[in-house]
Design a protein. Structure first.
Lengths: 291, 302, 409
């Protein structure tokens, strides 16, 4: 197995420059977050004064409590927590299903010779570009005809279908970088289609699975229109309440509550990003070849 | 060591692959092809709020290309797409390379670069609108700090508003490009760097000559992700400028959405969407051709 | 057979009991989600509950989102009992597609023909049948002003004519304040345009353009005067106006940084949230002069097609409850709009609402808003022309040509 000597990070100009670049990039990325958090902690009177970058004069966490538990989302005024478990119910199966099929497709496309598969993959890639609003009406009719319109199964199916192009691409390109000797060796050892998939390829795909989880979790968790139309009243995701809090045609806008609600909604994906670190591990494929 | 599997087993395994790919086949044909063909059919009708069956020939397309807003949106998407994809690839690659250097706090830094992707653009877009607004945001703040001539009012200018969209969109998407490229980087054997170091190759040269070529597939993934984002760009426009000032920052997806729901013009929206897909098709064809040639070459070698 | 009839009767009785246990469940899609709007919807829901129904709320913020949800639900065979639209032509296509139930029974019983304002009747009565129940009247073209800002600029009082209005704007500009608080979004520019057409061009020019779609009137004096005035008005907004939300513009009036805003009566919600009172810190007027036209816009509920008896009962009950005098007052006081009927108790209304209701009593002053007179498609086409004219350097001649193209349809 390859072994890299642990490099003690010496303080070189290059190292300092590296940290400087990273920190200034971080500052660019963090600026809007600062404005969001500052706005979310100010009372509306301060926000109306329009001083964006100042720290709050009177810090208040009232908007956060309101966003979670008491903001009006229609007749109900129970904040965005109402849809939390619905979102979880939708995200977990949809993420697992779409990643599974993406990995399966990518694996089959990369290592197995199926005559029509290449062309179909090309059309799938084309499908990724279709704006889903245009696809909505026929899908509504199709799901209605099999009684899945407005059900949890229906929305999971929709998310799986819409995630398939990108997930397949992700895994197919990742497996393209895997040395084919690995696969051939496994075949010679008597591995079949499914055994190689589950025992060799999947365990080796941790970095790309991390990316896939990040992408699908975020996209599905933040999805609004598909959940609104296809999930049915009992399964409305949190984004519907979030939209009801933030968006309003002619009602008053409480910007502090809006910012707080947005940050709260994004906490789950953020937690996933932090945890996914352990999967961005180096040298898995390399190690497998050597060992 | 067995020399090779018996022919029957080999055929069985190929069947397994075909069965495994069946869901993909059904999705492609049933869902994507089916809805695209339906949408093309509707573009030849006079559908208003519900799809109708009549046939009006090319009149929706004629109307489409006589609509100034649509022409502006096509121009905008070209400018936006080029700048956005280029900036994201460069920034994402640099961030991935920096993070690959065994820095302290990698987890935190990675989350900092990724968090914009997690947040709904409805709120973050508004923040960008505020920050870039000359009366409220960066211009007025810098001026109040003692630089009275400082100008940064792109967002209210018809010519420059598209660049503000690029800035906000790059802020949101570079993190994901970084993640995709980082996953690719982490798949590259460290021994290659040891070998290069022994040969006296400087680190930056190593990245340029050794790593970059190996990241081909990862870049391909990132490029497609970004391209899909470009074609579908909608949220950032709605949140930041609503297509304004005037129609200066109109984009095709917003044009389609507006006509689909707001203006009850399903026929026109379908025509617009068909034109977009034809454009994508035109750009994809060279890639398909290239892959077909490549696979024929591989088959010849096998 | 007696046993079978008995079985049938028992079954029917059981069904009736179950039906009543559901107490006319009504799923209602609407877009009222802010704090103030929620309180207003509660009045409707409470009134419906008091009449024996069960309200199942399906709020979706953003009018476009709510309408999209309603349309898709109808397409998917799972329609709501009632869905909100604006008093407009937005739902006329849904009617032509045969997807709405009519409520002629309720209209006849309540005598809508007799007391509903004509612009509203024209919008909800299609081919002789009533398809929507109106719940309020919003006027999108009120003028709001900050008393402190006007005082600071030396403006004597409320402008009584358009010339006085421009003079006041000049004084505000000289005093270093923002004369007109403005949000540069397409729909706000649109409101400003048709408000100007009404106040500068006059009622006839307005109707010729919006109702008759008369292209020749576009090149006539009133419209040209309007476009010139619109161009002049642009000089009174600040550089940061493009893209601004209407609430942020109202905030400028609230804080006294700006003098005027042209916005709908829903702006009262923002003033109220900032604890300001009409007549004290801010003033309002809906036009110039005692016969100034009062624009009628508003919200209605439509009833998607269903043959389910309980659902139809629910629909009729909703329609009846929504237009009763007590519900109208309770709902509109919280909503900031005015009731659709003038025979109501006005004691609890603020002075702006009272002025509005007074104006509505004169049928000659009632004027339908453009959404009631043009299809959404044509409204959109005109909006595109106006937003380009407002934001660019287009000449009045070119704008006239573009507008003529838009109304030809």
């Amino acid at each position: 197995m390859s072994h890299s000597p642990t490099r003690r990070s010496r303080v070189t100009p290059a190292r300092l420059g590296l940290y400087a670049l990273l920190l200034s990039s971080a500052a660019f990325f963090l600026l809007p977050l600062y404005v969001m958090l500052a706005t979310s902690l100010k009372p509306m009177e301060e926000i109306r004064l329009g001083q964006l970058f100042t720290l709050p004069l009177h810090v208040t966490i009232e908007p956060w409590i309101q966003a979670w538990a008491s903001a009006c989302t229609g007749l109900e005024c129970r904040g965005i927590q109402v849809g939390f478990w619905n979102s979880v119910k939708i995200v977990v199966p949809s993420t697992i299903a779409s990643i599974f099929f993406g990995a399966l497709n990518g694996y089959a496309l990369s290592f197995w010779r199926v005559r029509w598969a290449g062309r179909l993959f090309g059309v799938l890639m084309f499908g990724a570009f279709v704006p889903y609003q245009v696809m909505m009406y026929p899908l509504v009719r199709a799901l209605a005809s099999v009684n899945l319109f407005g059900t949890l199964t229906g929305i999971v199916l929709i998310h799986t279908v819409f995630g398939m192009p990108v997930m397949t691409l992700l895994f197919r390109n990742y497996y393209a970088g895997v040395p084919s000797e690995l696969f051939k060796a496994a075949r010679i050892d008597g591995g079949g289609f499914w055994r190689i998939f589950f025992q060799l390829m999947l365990p080796m795909s941790l970095p790309i699975i991390a990316v896939a989880v990040i992408m699908q979790m975020t996209n599905i968790w933040n999805d609004f229109l598909l959940g609104l139309v296809f999930a049915g009243r009992e399964n409305l995701p949190m984004t519907v309440q979030l939209n009801n809090v933030i968006n309003t045609t002619t009602g008053e806008r409480l910007y502090n509550v809006n910012m707080a609600a947005t940050v709260l909604t994004s906490l789950l994906p953020l937690a996933v990003y932090l945890i996914s670190g352990r999967w961005f591990v180096r040298g898995i494929t390399a190690g497998a070849v050597k060992g | 060591m067995r020399v090779g599997a018996p022919p029957a087993a080999r055929r069985r395994r190929a069947v397994a692959a075909q069965l495994a790919l069946l869901p993909m086949a059904i999705t492609v044909i049933g869902v994507y092809l089916g809805t695209v063909l339906w949408s093309v059919r509707i573009s030849f009708s006079s559908s208003k709020i519900f799809p109708t069956d009549d046939f009006v020939g090319l009149s929706q397309y004629l109307r489409l290309f006589n609509t100034e807003r649509w022409i502006v949106s096509l121009h905008n998407i070209a400018v936006f797409g080029t700048l956005f994809i280029a900036a994201c690839l460069v920034l994402g690659f640099l961030l991935a390379v920096f993070l690959d250097q065994r820095v302290r706090g990698e987890n935190v830094l990675r989350t900092i670069f990724l968090y914009p992707y997690a947040m709904s653009f409805v709120a973050t877009g508004l923040i960008w609108q505020w920050m870039l607004n000359p009366a409220l945001g960066i211009q007025s703040t810098v001026r109040s700090l003692g630089f009275p001539g400082f100008e940064f009012d792109w967002i209210v200018s018809q010519d420059k508003v598209i660049y503000t969209l690029v800035i906000a969109a790059v802020w949101q998407a570079s993190g994901l490009v970084m993640a995709v490229l980082l996953a690719g980087l982490r798949g590259i054997d460290d021994a290659l760097w040891n070998a290069a170091r022994i040969d006296g190759v400087p680190r930056w040269r190593y990245y340029l000559s050794v790593v970059l070529p190996q990241l081909g597939p990862a870049f391909g993934t990132a490029f497609v992700l970004l391209a899909v984002g470009v074609v579908k760009v909608y949220d950032v426009v709605i949140a930041m400028t609503q297509g304004g000032p005037g129609n200066a920052s109109e984009v095709p997806a917003k044009f389609i959405m507006d006509n689909l729901f707001n203006r009850a013009n399903v026929g026109l929206a379908s025509a617009a969407s068909t034109v977009m897909l034809l454009t994508v098709l035109a750009l994809l064809l060279p890639w398909w051709y290239g892959r077909a040639v490549q696979s024929r070459r591989e088959a010849a070698h096998a | 057979m007696v046993p079978t009839t008995l079985k049938h009767l028992t079954l029917v009785a059981a069904l009736i009991a179950v039906g009543n246990a559901h107490a006319q469940k009504a799923t209602v899609i609407h877009w009222w989600t802010s704090g103030g709007e929620s309180a207003a919807v509660k009045e409707l829901a409470d009134a419906y509950a008091k009449a024996g129904g069960t309200w199942v709320d399906e709020a979706v913020a953003g009018a476009d989102n709510a309408r999209a949800a309603a349309i898709n639900r109808i397409a998917g065979g799972n329609p709501p009992t009632a869905a909100q639209f604006n008093t407009s032509k937005q739902y006329h296509d849904v009617i032509s597609a045969g997807q709405l139930n009519d409520i002629d029974a309720v209209a006849a019983k309540e005598g809508w023909d007799k007391w509903l304002p004509k612009p509203i009747v024209d919008s909800i009565k299609v081919n002789g049948h009533y398809y929507a129940v109106p719940v309020n009247i919003h006027n999108p073209a009120w003028f709001w002003y900050s008393k402190s800002a006007l005082q600071k600029a030396g403006v004597a009082g409320e402008p009584k004519t358009m010339d006085e209005f421009f003079a006041a704007l000049d004084k505000l500009k000289a005093a270093g304040l923002v004369p007109l608080a403005f949000g540069g979004q397409s729909w706000q520019e649109w409101i400003t345009f048709y408000s100007m057409l009404l106040d500068v061009g006059g009622k006839d020019a307005y109707l010729k353009f919006f109702k008759d779609h008369d292209a020749a009137s576009v090149n006539a004096e009133p419209m040209r005067k309007t476009l010139t005035a619109l161009k002049k008005l642009h000089g009174y907004v600040d550089a940061g106006s493009p893209g601004r939300n209407w609430n942020d513009a109202t905030a400028m009036v609230i804080s006294g940084k700006a003098g005027f805003q042209i916005m709908g009566d829903w702006a009262k919600g923002e003033f109220g949230a900032a604890k300001q009172t009409a007549g004290k810190e801010y003033g309002c007027f809906a036009g110039f002069g005692p016969t100034a036209p009062y624009m009628v816009a508003g919200d209605v509920f439509v009833f998607p097609k269903t043959s389910d008896k309980t659902a139809i009962e629910a629909q009729h009950k909703l329609a009846t409850v929504f237009t009763s005098p007590t519900t109208q007052v309770a709902f509109n006081n919280k909503k900031g709009s005015i009731p659709v009927r003038t025979d109501v108790d006005t004691s609890k209304m603020d002075i702006c609402a009272q002025a509005g209701l007074q104006a509505m009593k004169d049928p000659a002053r009632q004027i339908a808003n453009p959404d009631m007179l043009m299809t959404p498609d044509m409204v959109g086409a005109v909006q595109d022309v106006i937003t380009k004219f407002w934001n660019g350097n287009q000449s009045v001649d070119d704008a006239v040509k573009a507008l003529q193209g838009a109304v030809k349809g």
